[in-house]
Design a protein around this ligand. Structure first.
Ligand code: PCA
Length: 297
């Protein structure tokens, strides 16, 4: 009798463990930005929300700082299912399809309000294109407005001639060509090193990346051109999404909608906070000189 009871208990435990492990889905979510960046903090909160809302059934592991895939590889990894989800910079894929790069164009949408309108126009077509590629757009959040970082003061675009310009997208490389600078594409995860070793000496990016990469250690000036607000987007592989049960899909979409509104608010706050941090670290944060602004327009 004792033996039979033991066997039964063991069998029950086994069945329970099997059903528990069967019910749990684990996803990887690579991103290209550091864990302390506001986008990544937002994604980490998103993963926690999904975990809580699904009662631990869907576990998303966030891999920050290009530790799993490099920035330009993340989209293909999600498409091919090597990662079930991932965060991309849309403007990185402009050469694949122009609409991906619409928010990376200077002065097309140069404030949070304009950026919101542009996103509303982009969203249905982005969703359609990504669906054709086997992916679902979960949410998208802009970086703070982009300004110019340099070692020396700038009066006009002519002062950028010949300098080594760090680009992160096709459009930022194109700007370098137009002003006669030398474009070098370096993603955020390698930016500090590229600066320290003299591979690059200027860039256009946000205050957020300025703080993440401690640009004040090598550069002295930030011209707050507020030229565009490029967006990151969090994507999921369509097959991985379809494999979830309906309650998990709903929980994921709800957490994504929350992450989107939280992210837009965080971006605006981070813009103010990081420009103050740049100043506190000795950087000159300046409005763009009139000649520079008209050169760029
Ligand atoms: N930071 C990212 C993209 C835009 C931004 O503000 C970068 O510099 O790589």
């Amino acid at each position: 009798m004792k033996r039979r009871l033991f066997t039964l208990t063991a069998a029950a435990t086994l069945a329970l463990t099997a059903s528990l492990s069967f019910a749990q889905t684990k996803w990887d979510l690579p991103t290209a930005y550091p864990a302390t960046n506001f986008h990544t903090e937002n994604i980490t909160q998103f993963a926690k929300d999904v975990d809580a809302a699904t009662g631990g059934k869907l576990k998303i592991t966030v891999h920050p700082n290009a530790s799993l895939f490099k920035a330009p590889e993340i989209k293909r990894a999600v498409q091919g299912g090597q990662a079930q989800a991932g965060e991309i910079l849309l403007a990185n894929f402009q050469n694949e399809w122009q609409v991906f790069g619409a928010d990376g164009l200077p002065f097309l949408a140069d404030s949070y309000d304009e950026s919101k309108k542009l996103y509303a126009a982009q969203k249905p077509v982005l969703e359609k294109k990504l669906a054709e590629q086997g992916m679902v757009l979960l949410y998208s959040v802009p970086w703070p407005p982009q300004g110019i970082y340099t070692k020396k003061p700038l009066a006009s675009a002519a002062d950028l001639k010949g300098i080594k310009w760090r680009a992160y997208s096709p459009a930022t490389a194109r700007i370098a060509e137009l002003v006669g600078a030398q474009p070098v594409t370096v993603q955020a995860a390698e930016f500090s090193q590229a600066l320290a070793t003299g591979v690059v000496e200027s860039t256009m990016t946000s205050g957020a990346t300025g703080v993440d990469s401690k640009l004040y250690e090598n550069l002295k000036y930030y011209y707050d051109t507020q030229a565009w607000l490029p967006k990151n987007a969090v994507l999921v592989n369509k097959k991985a999404f379809d494999a979830l049960d309906k309650p998990a899909q709903d929980a994921l979409l709800k957490a994504a909608a929350d992450a989107e509104s939280r992210g837009w608010a965080a971006s605006q706050k981070v813009n103010t906070d990081t420009l103050a941090k740049l100043k506190a670290n000795g950087m000159e944060v300046l409005p763009p000189p009139a000649a520079l602004k008209s050169d760029m327009a």
